[in-house]
Each structure stands twice: as C-alpha cells, then as structure tokens.
Write a protein that binds this ligand. Structure first.
Ligand code: FAD
Length: 408
C-alpha cells in the first residue's frame, strides 16, 4: 500500500496523522518536516517561552512514544523540494524520492520580511520557530530598549513579554489602529490603551524607513517622520506568507494559500492541504460559508480532522466556528466567529475592568464575539454563533440575564 505522505511536521501535519489513525486509517504514514526538532507547539514561543514560564522541554506536540506507537514514520530535518502529482511522488533535498498514495501539504507559513535597509542586522529577529524564540530570549537578557515592528497578535504578545522582562518597548504599527483587520475601532482602542497603561509605547500609523546599526548590530529604527528610535533589539511581527511554492510548482490551484474545499481537498486528486497554508472553506455558523486562510491552532486541528475523514471515505466537512486566542500582559483575549464591518456591536461587561465580551449581531443573530478575561462566556459564544442564536441587544448587554438560556 502506498503511504500517506505529509509534508510539514507541525500542528496541522501531526493532527492529520493522529486523526487518520483514530479513524482507523491503516496505510503507512510518512511525515516529513524540515525543522530539526520533534514537532512542538508554536503559541508558547511568543508567550511562556519568552516570559520564562515555559521551557523548550515542555512544548512537545506529542509524547516521545506517540509516533512509534501510531506507526508514523517521522523524518526530521528533511526538506521536500518538489511534488510530481502525475507520478505521485515527492522529491527530497538529498535527491531521493518517496511515492505516495495520498499527499497532504501542511507546509505552514513563514515570516514576511521587512523590505528596508538594515533588516538583516544582528539583533533583528523574527519569530516563527523554536530557534527564533531562543534567539529572542537570549537577546532579551539585559535589553533596555526594544522595538517591535508590527502591532498584530504576535507583535503585541512579544511586546508584553519584553515589557514584563523590564525593557522599554515601542510597537510600530503602520495602520492607524491595532489589529484593524480583526477588530472594530472600539476593540483596537481598548487594546491600545491597555498596552499604554502597562508601559508599552505605541506608534500607530508609522512606517519604518530603515534600521541602522553600529558594529553590524542594530542600534536604531528610523521612522517615516524622520525620528530615530534607539534600540538594541528589534522583533519583526509583520505577518506571514503561506508556503505555497511546492503546490504552485505542481500546478495545484493557489489563491492566498492552497485553495481547498471544506474537506481540505485541493484541485489535484489525492492531494490534501491543511493548516496555515490552506485557504479552506469554512461554515461560520449563521454567517454562511466562506473561504478563509486562518492562521490558528484551531484551523490547523479542525481542518486536519476534516481532511483525515477523506482518507477513510467517511467525509466530515469542516463545520466549526473559527476561534482564536491571544495573551497580552494579564489580558486573555478570545475570539469566536468573524466580525465584519456592518455588524451591530453589543458590549456585555465593562471594558475598564478588563472583563467583558463584545458581541456582534448580524441580522439579529450572534455572528462573532471578542472576550477579554471571560473564558466561560467565550465558550458559550461559540455555541451561540454555531446555532445562529437570535438575542435582543438589550438582553445581550444585561449581565443579569443568563445567556445559557439562549443556547439550544
Ligand atoms: P506550521 O506550524 O507553520 O508548520 C509547517 C511546518 O512545515 C514547519 O515546520 C515548516 O518548517 C515545515 N515545512 C515547510 N515547507 C517544508 C518542506 N518543503 N519540506 C519539509 N517541511 C516543510 N495560533 C493560535 O491559535 N493561538 C495562538 O496563541 C498562537 N500563537 C502563535 C505564536 C507564534 C509565535 C506563532 C509563530 C504562531 C502562533 N499561532 C497561534 C499560530 C499557529 O502556531 C499556527 O496557526 C500553526 O502553527 C499552523 O500550523 P501548521 O502545521 O499549518 O504550520
């Protein structure tokens, strides 16, 4: 029997292999990953690993025996260089080939590069891999002034960790407000104030012109208004680029990632794509179906479960409501559903106390929710969104009304 070959040994690839075995898939599985470490969790890289609360030995995705017990032939430090769909084989960097029955591309994403002079100076870091995180941790010790370029989730988490470690941190964001793609203005403003109150300086609507060095080491960031910010450490958090090259070269349809249906099936028969690299069809509760390339653990896991169901001919399309979390200072943010511009925002709780949920109604139904330090409400919101629950705004805003009564 030809194997299932999985390219990429991280959240999506590992979940696909695990789900395939859970469902009784009994063909050989070969998982090829180009990093040297056994598969590990990425979220702690910008959280516990930087704050020192977690160390590298605690972030393995699965225990050491998992791969052997599940008959998963995990090959690390192994890079796939080409995919031949017609011949049903992949080429490896060492010149060898592996034939597949089914191929799954779980190649994830890589950090976007900053296209300015000085971006490769020493002291300029990106954050995607364990090696990257270890580099930032090492640079953190004794750092007085740090600059985070990019005010997205990862940039803001890094800023929190750097501030907690005692550095003076400036976050540079080219948009006029934080997380403008994910949040309405009220949430962006709330978050900006939260960071400012906790000692992080925000420069919004500001571009970077160049990074300047001294003795090959970064020493200052030049802003587009002419100012120079002195710093010994720069962390880039300006987004990622999906690793679509193998798929593109193989003639598989790509459109902001590898385009797939709700089962992770690509345009090539017998080739699946999952995780950050996949632009998958999502259901989104009452909001209806929508194709999205979501960069989240849930998207990797739920997408992989859907793709695994194809392997055993019991298709279970992706039907989950998207959700995501982020930890910044003492704020646990949890997001469910996808808010959009025309939604009616309803606040439940109190922003000033850092405990609230901002719900979004679309056509009277709960479509999305952003919670801060309200984990139980977030869990309930996910159900309400999946069910398309209709709740009057006054009831949603009234803390004396138990929202569980609206959940079927
Ligand atoms: P990846 O994790 O990117 O893994 C892809 C793997 O494939 C990599 O190891 C890559 O090296 C390998 N690869 C690529 N090309 C090849 C090739 N040709 N041959 C062999 N191997 C190859 N999500 C959340 O939901 N919550 C969070 O709080 C959160 N925090 C995060 C913090 C950080 C610092 C980062 C970087 C990400 C965070 N994420 C978070 C996002 C989450 O980690 C990703 O969505 C998830 O890792 C996607 O998994 P993946 O398996 O699709 O891709």
């Amino acid at each position: 029997q030809e194997p299932l070959v999985i390219v990429g040994a991280s959240h999506a690839g590992v979940q696909l292999a695990a789900s395939a075995r859970e469902l009784g898939f009994d063909a050989p599985i070969v998982m090829l990953g180009d990093e040297p470490h056994a598969p590990y969790q990425r979220p702690p890289l910008s959280k516990g690993l930087l704050s020192g609360k977690t160390d590298a030995s605690q972030i393995a995705l699965r225990g050491p025996d998992f791969y052997r017990e599940q008959a998963i032939d995990l090959r690390l430090a192994t890079r796939v260089t080409a995919v031949d769909v017609a011949a049903r084989r992949v080429a490896l960097a060492d010149g060898s080939h592996i034939t597949f029955g089914t191929l799954a591309l779980a190649t994830g994403a890589r950090c976007r590069e900053l296209p300015v002079a000085g971006a490769r100076l020493q002291g300029v870091h990106q954050l995607r891999t364990l090696k990257d995180a270890q580099g930032v941790s090492a640079a953190l010790a004794g750092c007085k002034n740090a600059c985070v370029i990019g005010g997205g989730f990862i940039g803001l988490e890094v800023a929190s960790a750097l501030a907690a470690a005692g550095a003076q941190v400036t976050v540079l964001e080219s948009q006029p407000r934080l997380l403008a793609r994910s949040f309405p203005a009220s949430m962006s403003d709330y978050l900006a104030q939260g960071h400012a109150r906790r000692g992080v300086t925000l420069e919004l609507g500001r571009g970077v012109v160049a990074l300047h060095g001294r003795n090959a080491k970064v020493a200052a960031v030049e802003l587009d208004d002419g100012r120079m910010l002195d710093c010994e450490l720069v962390v880039l958090g300006i987004g990622v680029v999906p690793n679509v090259e193998l798929a593109e070269q193989a003639g598989i349809v790509c459109d902001n990632g590898i385009a797939t249906d709700a089962l992770g099936r690509t345009s090539a028969p017998g080739v699946l794509a999952v995780g950050d690299v996949a632009n998958m069809q999502w259901q989104c509760g009452a909001a209806g179906p929508s194709r999205m390339r979501l960069e989240s653990i849930q998207a990797a896991n739920d997408g992989a479960r859907a793709a695994a169901s194809v392997l055993v001919d019991r298709p279970q399309p992706l039907s989950a409501v998207p959700w995501f979390w982020s930890e910044q200072h003492d704020l646990k943010l949890q997001m469910a559903g996808v808010a959009s511009a025309g939604d009616q925002a309803v606040l439940r709780g109190d922003m000033a106390s850092d405990r609230f949920t901002l719900f979004y109604l679309r056509g009277g139904a709960v479509a999305a929710a952003h919670s801060v330090n309200r984990p139980a409400e977030h869990m309930l919101a996910r159900k309400l969104i999946a069910q398309g629950a209709r709740i009057a705004p006054e009831a949603l805003a009234d803390p004396s009304i138990d929202l569980k009564t609206y959940s079927a």
